[in-house]
Write a protein that binds this ligand. Structure first.
Ligand code: ATP
Length: 403
């Protein structure tokens, strides 16, 4: 039996029959809590003779590799592409197991919070006729001889659910963006966490919900995922997130950036560097890495965004930032079909492709708003991982369509 066992390759799956023995105190400290005296062993799924990389090599932190180098020892570094090419092996490391437990917990907490607040989970079609967010970042396809697109977001349909008298809805599901996403935070397919709700007075109701939902989520992640966070920290060290909610208007944000020496267009969008810097400034001034920037310039928001009533250059829209990067976009939506149509035209959208959406507002529509977050971004930034490609189990970005 020993000869048979020693011939079983590493990472094979085995069934073992044996007797569990609790070792004496000395051995216990040195090894595991129990030993198994093997009586029978079966090889259920034999692994190949050569693995693409060992679990030990794939579990090493960069710091460990650098430390070894200092004393002249070269340890194997498994790069991201090799890991993704052989994802099933990479997923076996403790850190990867933990990342996907955290991700699963984020989904669970998102759902539980919203169910408790009387939201209904709905599903929206992924095969659509046109873009919802504008721009060319859409995958086109042939839908039985009719031109079609993969949904860029559930935006239009979740709003139509509200028009159908569903007062509070949420959607979790795949979202497709054809942008040339070569950055550390863009994917071609990600999981959208979308909310849409009737509002009584103004869009601060949506921001209040974001604050409560995400603070509860972060609290519970820290509480329930202690072991997972430790495992991730070992390979990918990170500082715990500071998430006391803070709200600033876009104008206040611009002023902070100007004071820090940036030249900023007051009615333009912020670029990645500005967002990062603003994140640092807010952390220094208010001691938090979680904040909402609201009253964005209308010109940089999608066509369905409600303009501010007191100044049409601005909008009732917001972005939410975590460690200086966007995790959520949201705001109040236009519910007048006439305004919606003219805004869509101004934004260069082909009205024909969204006519059924615009028509939904012709039979009475409530004041409403909502937001969309990206699951992979939330997980990446909560854990301070340096690349979003680590957070989908099987990521899709330009050039990668397998496994
Ligand atoms: P960005 O400015 O970062 O490109 P966006 O403004 O295009 O994002 P939205 O269309 O507002 O993003 O989408 C809402 C949320 O969905 C974002 O805050 C982010 O969490 C997530 N998201 C958007 N695009 C991507 C992407 N390509 N890959 C992963 N997540 C994304």
């Amino acid at each position: 039996m020993v000869k048979f066992a020693s011939g079983i390759t590493k990472e094979s799956y085995v069934d073992i029959e044996g007797i569990v023995i609790v070792p004496d105190e000395v051995c216990k400290r040195a090894t595991q809590q129990v030993d198994i005296e093997v009586r029978k062993i079966y090889c259920v799924g034999r692994s190949a003779n050569v693995l693409p990389f060992s679990i030990e090599d794939a579990s090493r932190s960069d710091a460990e590799i650098e430390k070894a180098l200092e004393v002249g020892e070269q340890l194997v570094h498994v790069n991201q592409d090799t890991r993704l090419n052989h994802r099933v092996v990479d997923l076996r490391t403790q850190a990867k197991q933990a990342i996907f437990s955290v991700e699963s917990e984020v989904l669970k907490l998102f759902r539980q919070f919203l169910w408790n607040e009387d939201f209904r989970e709905i599903n929206t079609p992924k095969l659509t006729t046109g873009t919802s967010e504008g721009g060319a970042a859409v995958f086109t396809l042939d839908y039985k001889k009719q031109p079609a697109c993969l949904a860029q977001s559930p935006q239009l349909h979740k709003q139509m659910a509200v028009c159908g008298d569903f007062g509070r809805v949420f959607v979790t599901g795949p979202v497709f963006r054809a942008e040339d996403s070569y950055t550390h935070r863009h994917l071609c397919e990600f999981t959208g966490l979308d909310v849409e709700m009737r509002i009584k007075k103004d869009y601060s109701e949506v921001m209040d919900l974001v604050d409560r939902l995400f603070v509860e989520m972060f609290d519970k992640l820290n509480e329930r995922c202690k072991q997972e966070l430790e495992a991730i920290n070992k390979q990918y060290p990170f500082k715990p997130l500071k998430y006391k909610p803070k709200r600033l208007t876009f104008e206040q944000g611009i002023k902070m950036l100007k004071d820090a020496g940036f030249e900023v267009d007051p009615l333009g969008d912020l670029n990645t560097e500005m967002e990062r810097t603003l994140g640092k400034l807010v952390e220094e001034k208010y001691g938090t890495e979680f904040f909402i920037l609201h009253r964005y310039p209308l010109a940089v928001r999608p066509f369905y965004t409600m303009p501010c009533s007191d100044n049409k250059a601005y909008s009732n829209a917001f972005d939410v930032f975590l460690r200086g990067e966007e995790i959520i976009s949201g705001g109040q939506r236009v519910h007048s079909p006439e305004l919606l149509e003219s805004r869509a035209k101004e934004c260069g959208i082909n009205i024909k492709t969204i006519s059924t959406y615009i028509d939904s507002f012709r039979y009475g529509a409530p004041r409403h708003g909502g937001f969309g977050a990206g699951l992979e971004r939330v997980v990446m930034l909560f854990l301070n991982l340096d690349n979003i490609r680590m957070t989908p189990m099987f990521p899709r970005y330009p050039g990668r369509l397998t496994p």
